[in-house]
Structure formats: structure tokens, C-alpha cells
Design a protein around this ligand. Structure first.
Ligand code: ADP
Length: 286
């Protein structure tokens, strides 16, 4: 398998790549990851079962599209494919650390979100964690959120044996949360939490492992809000470029609910109570 990966790297880059050293990299949730050194290059390789190729292709597209906005650093993808029954994704290796400015991170993410995008959705579906994430093109964010984000996760929860009280009512009432706020489509990292954000050797922010799509920029923070959110420095940076709009404090609960439901669907009943509390809270606020 590693010979096939090295050959693919040579084809993709037009330069020789003989693997001298392979070191496992920890910290991922889904895939096995390696730092792979040749004589003069260092690359990052993720491995999964062969069926994971589609996920790696979506990640490649996401990294390329995020890079094209020239707003925040992402690793450059090099190639992906299957070999020896495994799927692989090869990308630039970045020396990641946590030494960097949260203000800069906020500014860069706001710059990403400020790049005008044509529609909601994306050109392909992808995954959020290991869960399918549908991204049909849509002009109506509230319909998209109702059908392809919250509705999709509620239906999955049903298949997993859980009916959340008030879920249908909440979906019916979604428009109420968008009174006076009309989201524009922004390109999103889509799976933004502290584990998918770091700083490079120059202290510049880097995002990776995306679940990219075009959505309301507020949806970017659903997962971070679930884990306690960003700090004041981050928000000072973000809002210096792109201020938040009235009602974010309530809508962020909708976006947190999406990721909480996904955690329920991925990891089970430990997340049922917090998902139900969010539904109850949102119905009181609607
Ligand atoms: P997974 O898809 O399994 O969640 P990640 O993409 O999050 O894996 O990568 C796992 C870890 O590897 C990350 O937490 C990060 O520390 C590191 N990492 C990710 N991308 C790179 C990269 N391009 N260069 C160097 N290290 C990386």
C-alpha cells in the first residue's frame, strides 16, 4: 500500500518521493494519520477503509475550495485514492502548535465568511463526523436548515430509536428565529472545534479536517458552542471584520442542536438529555 501511495504522490507532484520515515500522528477522530518523510519533503497521510474514499474526496474538494478564498491557511491536498484495501488522502504536512493569536483566528474566519457565495448547499454531499451530511443546492437557508440539517438528524435519531418531544413543532417554527435576519451563504469549515484549528510555525491560524458547505456563517459556531465556545479575543477579532447580528444568541442554539443531535446519532444516549433540553429551550424562545 505505501508503495502505491508513494507512486501516486510522484505522479501528482512530478517529483520523486521515496518514503524514509513514517510516524503515526494522534489527535484524529475518524482516521489513522501519519507524518511521512522523504529525503526532502514531509507529507501528512490519512488512512481509512476503502469505503472512506468518498469522504477523502469530499475533504480534498473542501480544502481546495477553502484555500481558494485566500482567507485562512489550510493544508494543500496532494492526492487521494485506494490501495491494499485502504483509502488514503495525502496532503501537505504543517508543523502545528497552539502558539498563535485568537484575534487573528477570529479575523481570518470572518474573512472566509465574508467571501460572497452564490447559494446555500454545496456541489456534493459529505460527512459530519462519520454521519452523512446532505448538501443540495438551495436558495432558502431556513428550508435547508429544516430539511437537510435538523430534520435529517431528527429522522436519523428516529431510526436510532429516539423521538425528541417537540421536534416537529420546532421545525414548523424555525422561521421565527430568522425574523429580521437574512443569512447570506458563506463557505464554512463546517466541523469547527478546537481539535480542527491550530497555528503554523509562523503563528498563523490553520483550519483542517473540514465538512465544507455553504451556509449561514452563524452555523459555523454550532460545534464550538457545544464545547464551550471561543473566547473574547476570538470574538473581538471576528467582529472587527464581520459583526454578529441581533438574535445570534438564540440562533446559535439551533446550530448547537444540529451538532448535539449528530453526537447523539454517533455516540448514543449520553447526548439525548442535552438535545432534548435544547429543543425545549428553543420552543420556549420561538
Ligand atoms: P481525523 O479526520 O481522524 O479527525 P484530523 O484531520 O483531525 O483527523 O487529523 C488528526 C490530527 O493530525 C489533528 O488533530 C492535527 O493535530 C494533525 N493534523 C491534521 N492535519 C495535519 C496536517 N496537514 N499537517 C500536520 N498535522 C496535521
Amino acid at each position: 500500500m505505501w508503495d502505491a501511495i508513494a507512486n501516486h504522490i510522484e505522479d501528482a507532484t512530478g517529483e520523486p518521493f521515496e518514503i524514509r520515515l513514517k510516524q503515526p500522528v494522534g489527535g484524529g477522530c475518524i482516521n489513522d494519520a501519519y507524518r511521512v518523510d522523504s529525503r526532502d519533503r514531509v507529507l501528512f497521510v490519512k488512512l481509512n477503509q476503502a469505503a472512506g474514499l468518498d469522504m477523502f474526496e469530499a475533504e480534498t474538494d473542501g480544502l481546495q475550495e477553502l484555500a481558494a478564498t485566500q482567507s485562512i491557511r489550510v493544508p494543500s491536498p496532494i492526492c487521494c485514492g485506494t490501495a491494499g484495501g485502504q483509502a488514503y488522502l495525502v496532503m501537505e504536512f504543517i508543523n502545528l502548535g497552539d502558539g498563535g493569536s485568537q484575534v487573528q483566528l477570529g479575523k481570518r474566519l470572518a474573512k472566509l465568511h465574508a467571501v460572497a457565495q452564490p447559494t446555500f448547499g454545496w456541489h456534493r454531499d459529505n460527512t459530519i463526523g462519520a454521519t452523512h451530511q446532505p448538501n443540495p443546492i438551495s436558495d432558502d437557508w431556513v428550508d435547508f436548515l429544516r430539511e437537510h440539517r435538523l430534520g435529517f438528524q431528527f429522522r436519523l435519531a428516529n431510526q436510532n430509536g429516539m423521538a425528541f418531544n417537540g421536534s416537529d413543532e420546532l421545525l414548523r417554527q424555525l422561521d421565527a428565529f430568522f425574523d429580521g435576519y437574512q443569512p447570506s451563504p458563506s463557505l464554512l469549515q463546517g466541523d469547527l472545534w478546537s481539535g480542527n484549528v491550530a497555528f503554523d510555525e509562523n503563528g498563523d491560524p490553520v483550519i483542517y479536517d473540514p465538512a465544507t458547505y455553504r451556509g449561514d456563517r452563524e452555523a459555523e459556531f454550532g460545534l464550538t458552542e457545544m464545547f464551550g465556545g471561543f473566547g473574547t479575543d476570538f470574538w473581538a477579532g471576528y467582529e472587527s471584520v464581520l459583526p454578529l447580528e441581533d438574535g445570534y444568541g438564540t440562533r446559535k442554539l439551533l446550530y448547537r442542536l444540529y451538532h448535539t443531535l449528530n453526537h447523539f446519532n454517533l455516540f448514543g444516549s449520553g447526548y439525548a438529555g442535552s438535545a432534548q433540553s435544547l429543543v425545549d429551550q428553543l420552543l420556549r424562545l420561538a
